[in-house]
Design a protein around this ligand. Sequence first.
Ligand code: SF4
Length: 349
Amino acid sequence: MVRPRYNGGVRRRDFLDKVWLLTLGGGLRPKSFVEASSVSSQMDEKTSVYPSYLRLEKSGQLSERVEKLLAFYENCHLCPRDCRVNRLKGETGICRATSRVKISSAFPHFGEERPLVGKSGSGTIFFSNCNLRCVFCQNYTISIEGEGVEISDEQLAETMLKVQSFGCHNINLVTPTHYVPSIVRAVQMASRRGLKIPLVYNTSGYETIEVLQLLDGVIDIYLPDLKYMRPEFAAKYSSNAYNYPHYAKMAIKEMHRQVGELSVDSQGIARRGVILRHLILPQRISSPEEFIKFVAEELSPGTYVNLMGQYRPEYKASEYPELNRRITRGEYQEALAWARRYGLTRLDR
Ligand code: SF4
């Protein structure tokens, strides 16, 4: 009997082996955490259909979303780069992705924020390629050089179910923006086969409101970065994305409008809401004070914020002397002091 072939000649078994072998190669990285300063449980589990995409599927709206999103591939404006290329025909824009999904790995991740990780891990799926392309990217072999395996949307659905079968608390979609149509299609397929854990949309924040509105009711947990507050730095270090601060701020406000502050269950596991990250760069290049002011004044002081101090020069950072070092203890403490001054109450440290 001829075995079914997937992925342009890669057998299904080969595909799963490849993905899970990548997992064994470096996925399980336990990491210690300091407790978040506070968590709250606001979700009434008995009165709502959860995760939200199940409600959309039940009402028939998920099919409409899939249809609308798939049309973006033909004239791609999935992100503010607005390349207008036909990805269905194999054309590529700045992210260098076609409409064929590529992933580098899928695994239970223990190195994310504690409300995502719990006891069983966050079911992370790493997508290849990226629309932002930072000179200091720590995952540049995946996001810029495009390392990974091409898979069909059906295989992506299978991967989600596989991750769920490991007991993970959520599906953590890392760098999903350029594959949103395929992801939502895969979520629909997987939900019909029993997917029932929430989605985490783990993004650089370089998003459009139009696409985010199509994700309203699909995503329960948004995990955006806000990398820069100033256009000149976004342009210099992220492939001329001068409009990044403008779009990212709008995007994060929209995410906050959709899902609000983080709510957790009785075990402290994230159920719904925004977890906002800010990677502190040397010499205040990421503008941490402006970032914190934005959170306090335009979102809410109770927003769950991760001020990340783990920057290290990677990829092409050594070509920029100002980026060619780790941050100092003083730079990190300064950011914490601003967080206190502006009254932020939920820091993941
Ligand atoms: S998703 Fe890719 S092709 Fe589409 S607009 Fe963004 S960078 Fe361009």
